[in-house]
Design a protein around this ligand. Structure first.
Ligand code: SF4
Length: 258
């Protein structure tokens, strides 16, 4: 199994296909993975690798490390488009997530007032009011919805909570409306001998209904870019992603393909 972990709390800047020049913030351990999903395409590998020994970074350490990096970049005249919360797991699991977002907004305003703040969130913690509050404060609140059909979502995302359903999370995401961007990973292949394919007519129809219900600012469609822990997965080409996007666009949904 291939695993690519970020070994620091602040990483990059890196060039992101979706977001531009991005400084990353990893609120998970530096030597392990912590996530409420266990996606078969996760670039950080499966959760079974363990959470490591370093623990979650403390709020004050996130803030001081981020400030040091922003200061360095500002005085070096470096370009920056976005500060992105991603890394080795789900950022909203961090118990001080809302406070860390507040600190990040203050630091952004001080050093790079035009830079956006993005959070890549897997949507599993939308029942927590502090998580919802934090996500409403950022510029790009990017929420995962890989399938509007629970059985498929469970196969692709492998949620830790056995009662997590697509129907339930669609209603939670819908409370954000145009204060969110919905991100969907399109893929095909096999997992544990079962066919996985969220590009079928049935899947696209269910996603269309979900996107209409949510009414997000934008939908981001993307596919596999690097090696995945499940090796029997197939990348969906950009041409095909655009054909799928056109189905949604025809219904008035703004779609970005990466
Ligand atoms: S939600 Fe993100 S970090 Fe978690 S398993 Fe899926 S891809 Fe990996």
């Amino acid at each position: 199994m291939v695993t690519i972990l970020f070994h620091s709390t602040i990483f990059g800047p890196i060039h992101s296909r979706r977001l531009g020049t991005s400084l990353g913030v990893n609120l998970s351990p530096n030597d392990g993975k912590v996530c409420t999903f266990d996606c078969i395409y996760c670039e950080a590998g499966y959760n079974s690798q363990g959470a490591g020994t370093s623990g979650l970074p403390k709020r004050e350490n996130v803030s001081s490390q981020l400030e040091a990096k922003l200061k360095e970049m500002k005085y070096a005249g470096e370009q920056l488009d976005v500060i992105t919360f991603s890394g080795n797991g789900e950022p909203s699991i961090h118990p001080e997530f809302e406070g860390i977002i507040d600190d990040t907004i203050a630091l952004r305003d001080k050093y790079f007032p035009n830079v956006k703040i993005s959070v890549l969130c897997n949507s599993t913690r939308l029942g927590d009011v502090h998580v919802v509050n934090a996500l409403k404060k950022v510029d790009n609140n990017i929420l995962k919805l890989d399938s509007a059909i629970t059985e498929t979502m469970r196969l692709i995302d492998q949620p830790a909570n056995p009662s997590f359903t697509s129907e339930g999370v669609i209603e939670q995401i819908a409370t954000f409306g145009n204060q969110c961007i919905v991100q969907t990973m399109m893929l095909r292949g096999f997992h544990n001998g079962k066919r996985v394919d969220n590009t079928t007519t049935e899947e696209i129809g269910a996603l269309l209904k979900a996107y209409k219900r949510i009414n997000p600012r934008e939908v981001m469609l993307y596919s596999i870019d690097r090696k995945t822990p499940e090796e029997e997965l197939e990348k969906v080409s950009v041409d095909e992603l655009n054909s799928i996007a056109d189905i949604f666009r025809a219904e008035g949904i703004s779609v970005q393909v990466n």
